[in-house]
Design a binder for this molecule. Structure first.
Ligand code: ZN
Length: 269
């Protein structure tokens, strides 16, 4: 009944025990995952991981796109290569795509211009393919909103690991986006985000892990360093506590939101 709307199941961190990771996810109640791409180099690997674990009662959907932190490793031709993947029927979304100004090298003028060019190209590509987008945004919320005003995405999408201000959250919801909630929400210091999660409509929220990254605080304190989809229950519990609703209510609503956004039916929910 849980959907991990953002998980890098294809990451090398899972190469030695991916079967066990998927088994633990299933035991925790996860029965759907969206696995977004980040670099052209790994597109085929992503496809084979999704095919390997996709079942009638455990769905693993791929999304293909070029991540803003990897844009500088790609040439323009990569965008043409991406098109063939995006138009495939098994591609449920374009992602992850977006803008990131966190590290100094990402803020260099040429890299920043390239990030914006790749984002706009991929937003347009999503519209041409009639697919939603999965967005990564860090320290660039105003610039993201400006790109979305220039190129609104008809099918909407998910802004993963949302941690922006309230006015941007509402603008995104109005533009047809869902907000992805993950490990950050479990941190004691995430007051502003917790306050938003208590007040924004549940119909705008999806759960995610971003595994192997973004470990929930309690697991980090236990000394763990690799996140995995089974631990999405930490985020589920936090949302339930903040809103005063049951775990099942959180699971049902967020899974249904994700399926609606991705245009998928979920007889398995
Ligand atoms: Zn990611």
């Amino acid at each position: 009944m849980l959907m991990d709307s953002h998980c890098h199941l294809d990451a090398e961190a899972f190469d030695h025990d991916r079967d066990a990771v998927v088994l633990r996810a299933r035991q925790a109640g996860v029965n759907a995952m969206l696995v977004p791409a980040y670099s052209c180099e790994h597109f085929e690997r992503l496809e084979s991981v999704c095919c390997r674990y996709n079942r009638a009662d455990f769905v693993v959907w791929p999304a293909w796109g070029i991540h803003p932190c990897y844009v500088n490793q790609h040439k323009e031709e990569a965008l043409r290569q991406l098109e063939t993947w995006v138009f495939r029927p098994d591609c449920v979304a374009v992602g992850e795509i977006g803008l990131d100004r966190y590290l100094p090298e990402l803020r260099e003028p040429e890299v920043w211009r390239k990030q914006q060019y790749f984002l706009r190209y991929q937003l347009d590509l999503a519209n041409r393919a009639g697919k939603p987008v999965v967005i990564h945004v860090r320290h660039s919320y105003a610039e993201l909103m400006s790109a979305l005003r220039h190129c609104p995405v008809a099918a909407g999408g998910i802004v993963h690991a949302y941690n922006g201000p309230e006015d941007v959250a509402w603008a995104l919801i109005d533009a047809g986006f869902l907000l992805g909630l993950g490990g950050v929400l479990t941190q004691d210091s995430a007051h502003r985000l917790a306050d938003l999660v208590a007040r924004l409509p549940l119909s705008a929220m999806v759960l995610e892990t971003d595994a192997p990254d973004m470990l929930p605080q309690s697991l980090w304190r236990q000394g763990l360093r690799r996140h995995e989809p089974a631990w999405i229950v930490e985020v589920q519990a936090k949302v339930a506590a903040l809103r005063g609703i049951s775990l099942d209510a959180v699971a049902l609503a967020t899974s249904a939101n994700a399926l609606r956004c991705l245009n998928q039916r979920g007889s398995f929910i």
